[in-house]
Design a protein around this ligand. Structure first.
Ligand code: UDP
Ligand code: MG
Length: 308
């Protein structure tokens, strides 16, 4: 019988995890054509998440877990999950039941009967989310799709059902700065998109603040596009042209009308403007450099403390 691994990244999910297991188990029991294993990844939780995992794995021999030595982030947790999953299929799910397990049979059908390599999901609305966050999320996808060559779908979740070939492809990408939404698109394969309405978390709190999401979006851009580097060159070129025109204009004006000594406020404005612009462009280069630095160090993406 073929096997499906359910990978669940968990950070401080002691309240949600039992509910997740219960709800998912209900669906899994109806899918008799597949064998299931759970692979919980404890991303350095500070609450009792690991105890819940231990309990579940005592009760159910199909429950396995990997526990990190500290919090390495959801991307690292997903990577660890994919690397340790043994199934012919792998599905990634959040622990808070925002990824509805009732979609599993449909996803399974898509990859077995309909010939897709992967079934992915997207939320069609963002109910229950602060409006400002939705606005920035929309903006991010717009900019990103323009900048990067990989496809990124607005509202896409990490909730996806993949064949082994795709999982192996993702695991072969060993980069340190992992941005899964981009990696899924980058590896290609035929993906079927399923849609569902947003659900609120069953228990616990979201781990994302506005600021952390903002930083995450910058990481995504840096990981999948070098367009900003090109922009800085264009900005530089553009202002060279402007400076040249200004030079000609000033020269002609001085030749025709003499040279009144005036205009130091405009000079002061220009100096601050260009100093700002230069720092901004150096900053962009710095961001890429820092990412390259982290990549070159070649540190592991995560460190395991306990595994079962
Ligand atoms: N998560 C994780 N490590 C982190 C942050 C989050 O493993 O550093 C897990 C979290 O436990 C949950 C999933 O990633 O299962 C999604 O997190 P969350 O629900 O907070 O994000 P949201 O659904 O609000 O985008
Ligand atoms: Mg969530």
């Amino acid at each position: 019988m073929e096997k499906c691994s359910i990978v669940v990244p968990c950070y401080n999910e002691e309240d949600a995890l039992p509910l997740f297991y219960e709800e998912t188990q209900k669906v899994v029991e109806t899918m008799t054509e597949l064998e299931f294993e759970y692979l919980f990844v404890d991303d350095g939780s500070k609450d009792g998440t690991i105890n819940i995992m231990r309990e579940l794995s005592e009760k159910d021999s199909n429950v396995h877990y990997v526990s990190f030595s500290r919090n390495f982030g959801k991307e690292a947790a997903i990577f660890a999950g994919l690397q340790n999953a043994t199934g012919d299929y792998v599905v990634i799910m959040d622990a808070d039941l925002q990824d509805p397990p009732d979609l599993l049979p449909e996803m399974f059908k898509a990859v077995t009967e309909e010939g897709y390599d992967c079934a992915a999901t997207r939320r069609v609305n963002r109910k229950g989310e602060p409006p400002i966050r939705s606005l920035f999320a929309k903006l991010f996808y717009k900019i990103m799709n323009r900048m990067a060559k990989v496809d990124m779908v607005d509202g896409a979740r990490d909730f996806r059902f993949m064949k082994r070939t795709m999982v192996d492809a993702i695991c072969s990408i060993g980069e340190y700065n992992r941005f899964s939404k981009g990696i899924f698109g980058w590896v290609g394969f035929n993906t079927k998109w399923l849609e569902f309405k947003n659900r609120e978390r069953v228990a616990g709190k979201t781990k994302w603040s506005f600021w952390s999401l903002f930083k995450y979006s910058i990481e995504g851009m840096v990981a999948f596009s070098t367009a900003p580097l090109l922009w800085t060159s264009f900005i530089g070129l553009f202002f060279c042209v402007v400076a040249f025109i200004a030079l000609v204009v000033l020269f002609v004006r001085a030749a025709l009308f003499g040279d009144p000594v005036s205009g130091w406020p405009s000079l002061a404005c220009m100096i601050t403007f260009f100093a700002g612009l230069q720092l901004f462009c150096i900053g962009i280069i710095g961001v890429y450099l820092s990412k390259a630095y982290l990549e070159i160090k070649g540190r592991p993406v995560y460190i395991v403390r306990e595994k079962k």
